[in-house]
Ligand binder design. Structure first.
Ligand code: THU
Length: 133
């Protein structure tokens, strides 16, 4: 699967975002080592802090179905579901992912022009606290 195909899955997931409070819609697509893709969207709540981000929705779907080997995630988001630059994962989602991914895990994002670019997990959360160190 190409980075662009994974991003397309994230864009489809973004359409399902439940974001009536922020109107900021996010979609994520998490690629497993065996090729399986789990998607997720943000799910907001009237009690704002209960909100779950798109990345953790995808991650928790995957882990809860027995998948813990991940190679890449695509993330896209923006006001009303229109991407206007990279939607980097929040700190909580970075820490949630750190439990399972290696430093070279790929994070696929969209730049200001809508082109997919890739960064390594280690760039986003170096020296992470996890099971392996
Ligand atoms: N959000 C995500 O889904 N992922 C992130 O990494 C950042 C923020 C969501 C949470 C909330 O529903 C909305 O974006 C605005 O913060």
């Amino acid at each position: 699967m190409t980075h662009e195909e994974l991003m397309k899955a994230a864009e489809n997931a973004m359409q399902l975002a439940y974001a009536p409070y922020s109107n900021f819609k996010v979609g994520a697509a998490l690629l497993c080592g065996d090729g399986t893709v789990f998607t997720g969207c943000n799910v907001e709540n009237a009690s704002y802090g209960v909100t779950n981000c798109a990345e953790r929705t995808a991650l928790f779907k995957a882990v809860s179905e027995g998948h813990t080997d991940f190679v890449a995630i695509a993330i896209v988001g923006g006001p009303d579901g229109v991407s206007a630059g990279p939607c980097y994962p929040c700190g909580t989602c970075r820490q949630a992912l750190a439990e399972f991914v290696k430093p070279d895990f790929e994070v696929c994002l969209k730049d200001d022009a809508g082109t997919v670019f890739v960064c390594k997990f280690n760039e986003l959360l170096p020296n992470s606290f996890n099971l392996h160190n």
